[in-house]
Design a protein around this ligand. Structure first.
Ligand SMILES: [Zn+2]
Length: 365
């Protein structure tokens, strides 16, 4: 994540803090200070937040270690003001594995709460909940105990993509196909997210942020899953286009502009003889016009870091890679020979066709 600071490494997993986290620390300091004009109290507030985020790190490590059992590597853990985020190389796809990975985080908080419960019971006992309005050394651990219970319960709310929502998706995936299970879980999540935002306006502004975060997250993950499951079984060969515009590296950008305005293509393959030299994306074309003018050669603006495909590759695997690379078009080779190209729009059209045919099925039977 951009603007995150590295703070350490735990069993190979990088630990980062997002800059907005420091706003939270500042905000806590001032709001505690304003209450009683006491610096000691303000520092107590900060210690508490740091201890709480220590518990959040342990929660994320819970996810990471559970994932490790299924050979999934966690790249990094980032702390945000609204909680932690464990970024895994991939998500567990088997329902049972996803269930374990999702539930491991909240389980860590329940174990921490249990340990604190035992410790408090054996030593100072339990102050009343009312005392937590003012934090001091006498109720600090009790505060932490309460916070861990809240963390566990809050994370288990079935608001996908929060932990509880992932548990829900995993349970649904025992019965439904993964794309459908995700869609149901995402809809439940978005409904709850709207509830969070609404509640947040009347109580706590963090709930508004969390609600927005869930809403957007649910939509993007459901969209990703849907595309992925719609693409399953389709290979690059199925989406191959044999007719396309070829540019030469020495062609002036003007020629690319003409092709852009005259046809449906948005990105172009640049070839010298039979060899693909690069790809001129629309962004690069526009940028090139501004930087070098329309008589500059295509080779000044093209990208040479394109993805090259083979006809037997599964589209499900390479489609998102293609998009995250920023190129909407990729050349397809069979052995050494160029067969054609695959472009984003063509894949999307293929998806629309597949969707329409799928809807037709029940009626045809
Ligand atoms: Zn979690």
């Amino acid at each position: 994540m951009k603007w995150s600071f590295f703070i350490g490494r735990i069993s190979g997993i990088g630990l980062y803090v997002h800059w907005t986290f420091f706003i939270l620390i500042g905000w806590i300091f001032f709001s505690y200070y304003q209450k009683n004009q006491s610096t000691a109290e303000a520092f107590m507030g900060i210690w508490f937040i740091l201890a709480l985020f220590g518990c959040v790190v342990l929660h994320e490590l819970g996810h990471a270690f559970a994932a490790k059992r299924f050979n999934i590597v966690t790249k990094q853990i980032t702390l945000l003001p609204i909680g932690g985020l464990a970024q895994m190389e991939k998500l567990p796809e088997k329902p049972m594995q996803e269930l374990w990975v999702a539930i491991a985080g909240p389980l860590v908080n329940l174990v921490l709460a249990l340990l604190l419960f035992i410790y408090l019971g054996a030593t100072s006992g339990f102050p009343s909940i009312e005392t937590l309005k003012v934090l001091d050394a006498s109720n600090f651990l009790f505060g932490l105990f309460t916070a861990n219970i809240v963390l566990a319960v809050f994370n288990l709310i079935p608001a996908f993509p929060m932990d509880g929502g992932r548990v829900l998706r995993a349970l649904l995936a025992f019965k439904f196909e993964r794309g459908k299970a995700t869609r149901i879980a995402a809809n439940v999540g978005q409904l709850l997210a709207i509830g969070f935002v609404f509640l947040g306006f009347f109580s706590n502004v963090w709930l508004v942020f969390i609600g927005i975060f869930i809403y957007v997250g649910a939509e993007s993950e459901a969209g990703y899953e849907e595309t992925k499951s719609a693409l399953s079984g389709i290979t690059v060969k199925d989406a191959l286009m044999r007719r396309f515009t070829r540019l030469h590296p020495a062609d002036p950008l003007r020629k690319a502009v003409e092709a852009l305005l005259n046809g449906q293509e948005r990105e172009f393959i640049v070839m010298e003889g039979d060899v693909v030299k690069g790809i001129l994306t629309r962004n690069r074309l526009i940028q090139g016009l501004a930087d070098y003018g329309d008589s500059s050669p295509v080779s000044d603006s093209m990208r040479s870091d394109f993805v090259a495909l083979r006809p037997d590759m599964a589209l499900e695997k390479i489609y998102h890679e293609m998009l995250s690379n920023g190129c909407e078009v990729a050349p397809v080779y069979d052995g050494g020979a160029l067969l054609g190209i695959v472009d984003k729009e063509n894949v999307e059209e293929l998806l629309l066709v597949r969707k329409a045919l799928n809807q037709l099925k029940p009626a045809a039977q």
